[in-house]
Design a protein around this ligand. Structure first.
Ligand SMILES: *Cc1c(COP(=O)(O)O)cnc(C)c1O
Length: 409
């Protein structure tokens, strides 16, 4: 491959928390001829992926697909619903929440950023208290990142919804699920979210290049009066044309083939089984980290991420030097610490197309890397993970015999 000057046998372990490993089935689906996006065949695929994404978002409302990275879908959420100078409440959960906040600043919104320590999720009580003070309803939207990919902390979205309701506040609720959708349970309709933002290259197991908005009727109504300028991101035209299976401009046709295949794979496995798989791999990873005697960045066990685990480096050791050693020796990419966590943590991605043995390989690479890099740790992390995987695999076999039919659909 053009990026590497020498062949490396075996697969690269892409264990960053996105982009994730793209399964062969998805790669093969993408590798089909590009068709006329205004021809009769295209509408079949257009309709199928839009319907499939509704199931993944758990919504009966609208889903919009953009040929863009997740950042584009962030922008779409804001410019479709808000007007210049509108006040927006955001929660500082980490690097990605900070980037979304900076985007809102650039777009001419006023942002109140509830401070956080990058080790906890959005605080529902803090959000409720702030909204309760806002008697004149100046705050037009509350924006929260569901899974903060920079820290491995998952915010409790249902609790944030309850907080907004307890304050009796009419603000729109917007959630970034770029790294959680199709990996961690998420319910757009049930949790009363108005705009959910997502992307293709994480739980959906696709290459980068697609992003999504799930849009409630309330958000769609807000878009009729919102005054931020928009053209490419405009929902109205998109939703109108989507009803026929087509798009207003050229969609990313081959990525939509991939999305179609990825959705089939998710439904074959069953979304609940997919979520359970991620939980189990996350728990095994945490057991490994504890056995190494290292610290998990996320402080609150109720907010542990099923998608990735951020591990703190002991003082005096550089996480990036360690990651370099792992890449060079074991052909595995681990996630780096972002902005204020740079050099202080590394992130183990355990999402997407992933199984018990991929996890064992990943953790073995980490454990060997710790030794090679001279990072103080205890042996036995991989063993602790294997013990848990073996123990919980046996339980799964027993459980599936008695499973309710609804759990295995
Ligand atoms: C990856 C990610 C983003 C950024 O998405 P891009 O596709 O890089 O634009 C935003 N938010 C979260 C939570 C992410 O994980």
């Amino acid at each position: 491959m053009f990026l590497l000057n020498s062949h490396k046998s075996g697969r690269h372990f892409l264990q960053i928390p996105g982009p994730t490993n793209v399964p062969d089935r998805v790669l093969r689906a993408i590798d089909n001829v590009t068709i006329d996006h205004r021809g009769p065949e295209f509408a079949v695929i257009g309709k199928a992926v839009l319907a499939g994404m509704k199931k993944v978002f758990k919504t009966e409302s609208h889903v919009v697909i953009y040929p863009a990275s997740g950042t584009g879908a962030w922008e779409a959420a804001l410019v479709n619903t808000l007007s210049p100078g509108d006040l927006v409440l955001m929660a500082e959960t980490g690097h990605f929440a900070t980037l979304w906040k900076k985007m809102a600043d650039k777009l001419g919104l006023k942002v109140e950023f509830l401070p956080g320590d990058w080790r906890h999720g959005a605080n529902p009580a803090q959000i409720e208290a702030r909204l309760a003070c806002d008697k004149e309803h100046q705050i037009k939207a509350v924006c929260v990142v569901h899974n903060e990919t920079s820290t491995g902390v998952t915010s409790r979205i249902a609790d944030v919804r309850r907080a907004i309701d307890k304050a009796g506040h009419p603000a729109l609720f917007m959630v970034d699920t770029i790294s959680s959708l199709a990996s961690i349970d998420y319910r757009h309709d049930e949790w009363g979210v108005d705009v959910t933002v997502s992307g293709s290259q994480k739980g959906l197991m696709l290459p980068p290049g697609l992003s999504f908005n799930a849009v409630s009727e309330k958000a769609l109504a807000a878009s009729k009066t919102a005054r931020l300028p928009r053209s490419y991101w405009d929902w109205q035209e998109m939703i109108a044309i989507n009803s026929t299976g087509y798009f207003p401009y050229t969609p990313a046709t081959n990525l939509l083939y991939g999305l179609h295949e990825a959705l089939e794979m998710l439904f074959e496995e069953g979304l609940d089984a997919v979520f359970m798989r991620h939980q189990r791999h996350a728990e095994a990873t945490r057991r490994a980290v504890r056995a190494w005697g290292m610290e998990i960045l996320c402080k609150n066990p109720d907010e542990y991420s099923s998608v990735l685990t951020a591990v703190m480096m002991p003082n005096g050791h550089d996480a990036d030097a360690f990651r370099k050693i792992v890449l060079k020796n074991f052909n595995m990419s681990l996630g780096q610490g972002l902005t204020k966590l740079s050099g202080k943590i590394f992130r183990i991605g355990h999402l997407g197309d992933f199984n018990d043995l991929t996890l064992c390989g990943t953790l073995a690479g980490v454990e060997m890397g710790l030794s090679l890099a001279g990072v103080p740790h205890r042996k036995g992390g991989v063993q602790a993970a294997m013990d848990y995987l073996a123990e919980s695999a046996a339980k799964e076999v027993t459980a599936s015999i008695h499973a309710e039919p609804s759990l295995i659909t």
